[in-house]
Design a protein around this ligand. Sequence first.
Ligand SMILES: NC(=O)c1ccc[n+]([C@@H]2O[C@H](COP(=O)([O-])OP(=O)(O)OC[C@H]3O[C@@H](n4cnc5c(N)ncnc54)[C@H](OP(=O)(O)O)[C@@H]3O)[C@@H](O)[C@H]2O)c1
Length: 291
Amino acid sequence: MILVVGATGELGSLIIRKLLDKGVAVRVLVRSASNYEVLVEVGAEPAFGDLKNPSSLEAACLGVDAVVTTATATARGGDDTIESVDLKGNRNLVRAADKAGVGRFVFVSALGASSDSQMPLLRAKATTEEELRHSSMSWTILQPDVFMDRLVPLVVGVPVLEDRPVTLVGEGSRCHSFVAMRDVAAYAVVAATRHESESRTLAVGGPEPVSWRDIVHAFSHELGKEVPIHMVDVGESIPTLPEFATSLLVALETYDSPLDMTELARMYGITPTNLAAFVHDFAAAHHAKVP
Ligand SMILES: NC(=O)c1ccc[n+]([C@@H]2O[C@H](COP(=O)([O-])OP(=O)(O)OC[C@H]3O[C@@H](n4cnc5c(N)ncnc54)[C@H](OP(=O)(O)O)[C@@H]3O)[C@@H](O)[C@H]2O)c1
């Protein structure tokens, strides 16, 4: 039995479907007000609880072989905060799992997690990583690079489909190993189900480092049209993007994050989604392919 926490989120639901497809029994930690029914319909067993409530976690962990958590408060509000969920909540979960005798724990952290980070989320991720390293479970910490699925459509895909110029911060030439969420889900499933005794921290990226200019070029190529680029300086606002996306674009202009995934992808039996395939699927999903 594998317990998935963060199950109603985008990544968590991909993980659940992959686990169920493999015939693995799945329990999901859900809140009664969340949209969990669809997970039960596809075969997951619900355990009601909240990361802020330690006793609910102890009950959810009973009889579980492995826990996978993707949970985060970044897109939530109210009393779900980085402090209460990403920091204290994930700590509650690690302790509850350890106490219940869970054998394996898979934590979806993030590339750049560090106690020195300026970003509270990355500091919270680093704290959970440390908690896990000091537990008696075997663990896998996945540190994904930026997901393709949210930022790439927002910054490039949607403007291109709507025949608007793409706005980039700075030169747009820094390279990052953007990764498809479905690939992160595949790594998490292998980490939760393979019987490896070794505990490992794994940076997870796509198969090729790409820049924003490469991404614009990939859309231009896929759709067969010129894509105008509007460059803005760091500090300028981008009225067409939400604040978090602009902040992320600014941050991504300050470093490169190329990852060589060849060995890990081979070991885990995963064929990583490249940019061209992601863009093709995005265009097809929006019926935007030029004949
Ligand atoms: N986006 C990126 O580029 C990126 C890069 C690297 C790593 N990551 C990491 O990837 C992970 C997956 O993100 P995602 O996009 O799937 O997130 P998401 O769609 O926002 O889902 C968040 C999940 O956390 C759950 N949650 C929040 N507060 C909770 C609480 N108090 N108790 C129990 N569950 C709670 C939510 O449940 P409810 O539905 O009940 O609220 C939901 O299932 C995150 O850990 C994120 O930090 C993301």
